[in-house]
Design a protein around this ligand. Structure first.
Ligand code: NAD
Length: 367
């Protein structure tokens, strides 16, 4: 299902509820506090499966509409991500409007925590852009509805190893679909972005005998990871011309676009970055036509939300990893659905999410 948009002219008369209705958002909460300068929006897209969980993003939006659009889009994405990952979580997200470097402070975060608390657990927050685990500790002073806390506070700590493991098993399922077996031994794999997730992924791939190429903006990271894993460094100008089997975007979004698709020679795209397709509908279709198997990002990188979910249950890394391992089967299932129904893989992933939502909505209705 594609995200629907509303015409600019309609915005003027119906800027909020009409927009919520487009993708069936349940609730949107606007928060304002003049004393601290807090201006925030919490969007709860869907709570059929459980409380809406999703991070808080702090960003200097140019206007309120931009912030509202972002929070509605992101919260809807969380519903699908958790649904496909088999978690009992709904989709939600929060945005705080403003430059984190200029206005983020303890009072603002605690005031935000009080707003979250007032929702009584319908929304649980976590880290996102410009928010840190220290910020979560501060929010936690005012509410228990926060996840992604550091390990020394009983939290789940850094989610990246679980995310990277999910990417690795998803890549193996993709290899099985393309080459008939899931071994990555000898496969040539480009990992773009060797930060928290990318480095652990490189570790898994190297251990399995893949030939790993790495690219990053940080020279320092490149040196560390190249030395440690004997990976080959490639430049941004040449990496998409390489003769590779798999491209793993682990840096930023929108790297699967007109330009890169004209160059890419790989058979699989499977990585951790969010929103890899510059335009889901256009590039989700083109990628398949080019004979490249695209493993949908929100299925592949669900290890992060899986990790946070297990924090709510009393954290246990083994359980989180074991749940992340199921991403192998989910990836495989969506490829089969995509072939059977003749639809692009991103669409099959959305459909899997919708199927679980409607099945659980039905059982909720009979209780
Ligand atoms: P990170 O910030 O630790 O690492 C990102 C790396 O990408 C950095 O080393 C950075 O220098 C590099 N980078 C940034 N722009 C680049 C560019 N244009 N070209 C090449 N390299 C570039 O982030 P992370 O936690 O490893 O996450 C990686 C991606 O996965 C992000 O898109 C994130 O949203 C997504 N993700 C992460 C998790 C998680 O558990 N950390 C979960 C889900 C999704």
């Amino acid at each position: 299902m594609e995200v629907k948009d509303i015409k600019d002219t309609d915005f003027i008369k119906n800027p909020v509820i009409a927009q919520m209705a487009l993708n069936n958002h349940e609730q949107v909460v606007f928060c304002n506090d003049n004393a601290t300068g807090l201006k925030a929006i919490v969007a709860i897209h869907n709570t059929i499966l459980g409380p809406a969980l999703g991070g808080t993003r702090m960003w200097a939006y140019t206007n309120e509409m931009e912030a509202l659009n972002d929070v509605l889009r992101l919260s809807r994405g969380m519903t699908y991500k958790s649904s496909v990952a088999g978690l009992n979580l709904g989709g939600g997200k929060a945005v705080i409007m403003g430059d984190a470097k200029k206005i983020k402070n303890e009072a603002l975060l605690r005031r935000f925590g009080k707003f979250i608390d007032s929702l009584g657990g319908k929304y649980i927050t976590a880290e996102d852009v410009a928010m840190t685990s220290r910020d979560m500790e501060i929010i936690k002073m005012e509410t228990d509805y926060v996840s992604g806390l550091p390990e020394n506070m009983g939290g789940s700590g850094n989610p990246s190893p679980v995310t990277a493991y999910g990417v690795y098993v998803s890549m193996k399922a993709s290899a099985r679909e393309v080459w008939g077996n899931d071994s990555l031994n000898g496969k040539k794999i480009l990992v773009q972005g060797i930060g928290h997730v990318g480095e652990v992924l490189v570790d898994h791939l190297t251990k399995e005998g893949a030939k790993v190429y790495i690219n990053d903006l940080s020279e320092e990271r490149l040196k560390v990871v190249a030395d440690k894993y004997k990976a080959e460094v490639v430049s941004a100008t040449t990496m998409f011309d390489l003769d590779i089997d798999i491209y793993a975007p682990c840096a930023l979004g929108a790297t699967v676009n007109d330009e890169t698709l004209a160059q890419l020679k790989c058979k699989i795209i499977c990585g951790a970055a969010n929103n890899q397709l510059a335009n889901e509908v256009i590039h989700g279709e083109v990628v398949g036509k080019k004979g490249i198997l695209y493993a949908p990002d929100f299925v592949v990188n669900a290890g992060g939300i899986i990790n946070v979910f297990y924090e709510l249950e009393g954290y246990n890394r083994e359980r989180a990893l074991s749940h992340a391992e199921k991403i192998y089967d989910t990836t495989w299932d969506l490829f089969q659905m995509s072939k059977k129904e003749g639809i692009p893989t991103y669409m099959a992933a959305n459909k899997l999410g919708e199927q679980r939502l409607s099945a659980i909505a039905r059982i909720n209705a009979v209780m």
